[in-house]
Design a protein around this ligand. Structure first.
Ligand SMILES: [Fe+2]
Length: 308
C-alpha cells in the first residue's frame, strides 16, 4: 500500500483517535480496533493524519539535501550505481573474512559474499567524512526543516537520534535452484539466510515509547523485499513493505509495530538511513542519568542551536 499524507476525507472518517500529548505514540496501537485506511493521531500535541494507523510520507528537496550524492561520494561510486552495489566485490571495501555455517556450499559462498559486502560498505561509510557531514549538517536540518516544520511545528525541542545507522540491504536474487526458497515473506519470525533485520519492535531493545521513526532510502526505488516490512498495528501481523522513491521519508511507528528486512531477492540494493525523533513535549528525563538513551548521548536537540 502506498499512501501519501493527504488521505481522502472519506477514509478519515472511520476513526478519530485523540490522545493527550502526554501519551506516547504507541498508546494508540493497543486498542484492538479494526485498522482503518487512515486515522488521526496526536504526536507531540499536533494532530496528524496517518495511514495504517502510523504511516505518513514526507518529502525533502534532493537539491538542498543531496544525500544520494553524499553516500555515493563516500563509497566512491555514482549515485545511479548505488542500487547496483551488490555487483561489486567485497574486497573493494574490506579485507575481513567471515564464516558461514548454514546452507549448502553454494548458498554459503553467496551468503559469505553478501555479508562481507554489507560489512565492507558499512565500514567505508563509517570511516568517511561524508558520515560526519550527514550527522553534523544534514540530519539536524532535516529534523528541523522537514520533520519539525511538517509534523511537529509547535515543539520547543526536537530530540533526535544523533548518530543513526546507514543500512545496506544488499540484493541477493534467487538462483535457479532456489526457486522454492522461503525468503520469509510474510514475516513469521524466522531468520532465514540473507535477513538484514529479524522481526522485532524497537521497544524490544529498550527504546522509549515517545520515539517516532523515520525511514529515508537514498536509492531510487524502494519496494518489495528490498524494503522494510512493517505491520499496520501492533501484533496485527498485516505486514507490508514501504514503497518509496528517493526524496521521500516514511514516518512510522517502529516502537510497537513489528518490522523486519527479509532477504532482498530483488535486483536492487537498498541503502537507507533510519532515524528517530521525539517531540520535546514527550521527553521524560531518564532516572539518574543511567541507561543508553540519554539527551547529550544517544539523543541531541535539533533546536538547541536556535535557542542559544
Ligand atoms: Fe527496529
Amino acid at each position: 500500500m502506498r499512501v501519501h499524507g493527504g488521505a481522502s476525507g472519506g477514509q478519515l472518517t472511520s476513526l478519530v483517535l485523540a490522545l493527550s500529548c502526554a501519551q506516547p505514540l504507541c498508546a494508540s496501537f493497543s486498542l484492538g480496533l479494526e485498522t482503518p485506511l487512515s486515522t488521526r493521531q496526536i504526536i507531540g500535541g499536533q494532530e496528524l493524519k496517518l495511514a495504517r494507523n502510523h504511516e505518513r510520507i514526507l518529502t525533502f528537496d534532493t537539491k538542498e539535501f543531496p544525500l544520494s550524492e553524499l553516500v555515493a561520494d563516500a563509497l566512491k561510486c555514482k549515485p545511479d550505481e548505488l542500487d547496483q552495489l551488490h555487483t561489486r566485490e567485497p574486497e573493494e571495501f574490506t579485507t575481513e573474512r567471515c564464516k558461514i555455517r548454514s546452507g549448502n556450499a553454494n548458498t554459503r559462498a553467496s551468503l559469505r559474499r553478501i555479508e562481507l559486502l554489507r560489512r565492507g560498505l558499512t565500514g567505508a561509510w563509517k570511516r568517511s567524512l561524508q558520515k560526519r557531514t550527514w550527522e553534523n549538517e544534514y540530519l539536524p536540518r532535516i529534523v528541523r526543516d522537514v520533520v519539525g516544520r511538517e509534523v511537529m511545528p509547535e515543539q520547543e525541542r526536537l530530540i533526535y537520534q544523533r548518530s543513526p545507522m546507514l543500512r545496506f540491504h544488499v540484493a541477493w536474487p534467487l538462483a535457479e535452484d532456489e526457486a522454492a526458497y522461503d525468503c520469509g515473506v510474510p514475516p513469521t519470525g524466522g531468520r532465514n539466510p540473507g535477513t538484514l533485520a529479524g522481526l522485532h519492535t524497537d521497544a524490544d531493545y529498550g527504546h522509549p515509547s515517545g520515539e517516532v521513526n523515520f525511514f529515508l532510502p537514498v536509492n531510487p526505488d524502494t519496494f518489495g523485499t528490498n524494503s522494510l516490512y512493517v505491520e499496520g498495528d501492533a501484533m496485527r501481523g498485516d505486514f507490508e513493505p514501504f514503497e518509496l522513491k528517493y526524496g521521500e521519508i516514511m514516518l512510522w511507528n517502529g516502537n510497537s509495530c513489528r518490522h523486519c528486512s527479509p532477504r532482498n531477492i530483488s535486483s536492487r540494493t537498498r541503502i537507507s538511513f533510519d532515524f528517530r525523533v521525539m517531540p520535546g513535549s514527550d521527553w521524560v528525563d531518564p532516572p539518574k542519568k543511567k541507561g543508553y538513551f540519554q539527551l547529550g548521548g544517544y539523543y541531541a536537540d535539533a533546536l538547541e542551536e536556535r535557542r542559544k
